[in-house]
Design a protein around this ligand. Structure first.
Ligand code: MLT
Length: 267
């Protein structure tokens, strides 16, 4: 069921499914996507209270001005407050993981567990920032469709792109539907976001990490440097998988997320 709530005067949409009670599992999507990226998981998580959020500027949520990951974290807090959720297991895919880390820093007591799904706590290096700035220029010059069409193939291994044209087309079409202000704000937010290794180092909750061996955006070797400092970490490196495990290895990823939720629910 879709809910629309207010966060700082702006509309934030979320989708609540599954069980009516119990520890919620909250899922955050990545860049140029919306909550629908998790649709394939829905039928298999019906016994859990599942909350999927459209981050500001994506799906049915209004764009918010760029301010690092703060507006995303505040939108999530507004959603949890509106749904009377005290604590949850929060899993963020890629940019959703960056937002989840910002939320974790400000609201650690509200987390029973944090999942980084093809994500990491490091800030952008100079080259990544520069590439994002070039993306912003392209978007500002009216080339949103081209930008989005070039983005998605780079998230998967080449062979997967070749063998799954319909999925790529669907993701690209959905990406093109996202408002340009939301996409630009997301790029600015990612440029401005801070390093969250300390947030993880001081985490009082278990941390899940799902990494893809062939992920060009979040290299497993880099993410693992931060994983070694954690007290309780459940780390999975998926062989042959890129940046989009929910599509490339859905059963495996579902099983990992479910057993992490089970663990957090028991402890
Ligand atoms: C994402 O999938 O959210 C983005 O690729 C993250 C990024 O560009 O760092």
């Amino acid at each position: 069921m879709k809910h629309v709530i207010d966060s700082g005067g702006r509309r934030v949409a979320c989708h609540v499914d599954g069980a009516a009670a119990g520890l919620p599992l909250v899922l955050l999507h990545g860049f140029c996507e919306d909550a629908s990226v998790w649709d394939g998981f829905l039928p298999f998580l019906q016994d859990i209270r599942l909350i999927r959020v459209d981050l500001p500027g994506f799906g049915a949520s209004e764009p918010a001005p760029a301010n690092g990951m703060t507006n995303y974290a505040e939108a999530l807090r507004a959603v949890l407050d509106a749904l009377a959720v005290d604590t949850c297991v929060l899993v963020g895919h890629s940019m959703g993981g960056y937002a989840a880390l910002e939320f974790a820093e400000k609201n650690p007591q509200r987390l029973a567990g944090l999942g980084l799904f093809h994500s990491h706590p490091f800030e952008d290096g100079p080259e990544r920032k520069e590439a994002r700035r070039r993306g912003i220029e392209m978007l500002q010059s009216g080339k949103k469709d081209l930008y989005v069409a070039q983005l998605f193939p780079g998230l998967f291994p080449e062979a997967y792109v070749r063998d799954n044209p319909a999925l790529l087309e669907a993701l690209i079409e959905n990406g093109k539907r996202q408002p340009v202000e939301g996409i630009i704000a997301a790029l600015e937010n990612m440029i401005a976001r801070k390093d969250h290794r300390d947030t993880l180092r001081h985490a009082g909750f278990p941390v899940l990490w799902i990494l893809g061996e062939l992920d060009a955006i979040v290299p497993a070797s880099q993410a693992l440097q931060a994983a070694v400092s954690l007290d309780v970490a459940d780390v999975h490196i998926l062989p042959g998988i890129g940046h989009m495990g929910m599509f490339e290895a859905p059963e495996k990823c579902l099983g990992i997320v479910r057993s992490f939720w089970d663990f957090c629910n028991r402890t």
